[in-house]
Write a protein that binds this ligand. Structure first.
Ligand code: HEM
Length: 149
């Protein structure tokens, strides 16, 4: 990777960080419902605070982009490291709604379906508890088979 790309990625990471820190800080203004669908989840996340809607839109789209590019984050948290390592097996569609986002995440690999469901529960914990949940390792089910050491 050459120098301009590195600078670009650093700036992008800083922007992403400032968005999810603001979402964590304002977590009490955010609502979320996750439904299991065959091979994955449908997650609806929304807010009644108009100034938070663009942040939710930005976050979901930028995270989707990062998963596609395998531009990882939270490397100290095995559930996130696994998600980026398994990114090729994750299908994700992001629909922006008037007050939030609706995301469909599925996989043809039953092991990756477990990871997607665990990640959905992790985002719900971030919404419920804010920074307290984000400072801890995210749970992975015992029967999930890790691809990283
Ligand atoms: C209250 C805070 C947060 C909210 C409301 C939020 C919301 C969301 C939503 C709506 C998605 C789309 C997928 C889904 O709905 O399950 C998502 C994905 C993602 N978020 Fe967040 N998030 C928050 C905090 C964080 C934090 C702190 C991080 C990382 C440090 C993070 C990293 C990611 C990643 C990597 C994805 C994409 C992976 C995937 O869903 O497959 N989020 N988040």
């Amino acid at each position: 990777m050459n120098a301009p790309q590195l600078t670009d990625r650093r700036a992008r990471h800083q922007r992403d960080q400032s968005v999810f820190h603001e979402l964590l800080r304002r977590h009490a203004d955010i609502r979320r419902e996750v439904t299991e669908v065959p091979n994955g989840i449908r997650a609806h996340t929304w807010t009644d605070a108009p100034d938070l809607v663009p942040l939710l839109h930005n976050h979901a789209q930028e995270m989707h982009r990062r998963v596609k590019e395998k531009f990882g984050l939270r490397f100290w948290d095995p559930a996130f490291a696994e998600l980026f390592a398994q990114a090729d097996k994750v299908q994700m569609t992001v629909n922006l709604t008037e007050n939030g986002v609706e995301v469909l995440e599925t996989s043809d690999d039953p092991n990756v379906v477990k990871l997607i469901r665990a990640h959905g529960a992790t985002v719900s914990a971030f919404v419920r508890e804010g920074g307290r949940a984000a400072s801890q390792e995210s749970p992975l089910p015992d029967d999930y088979q890790r691809v990283l050491g």
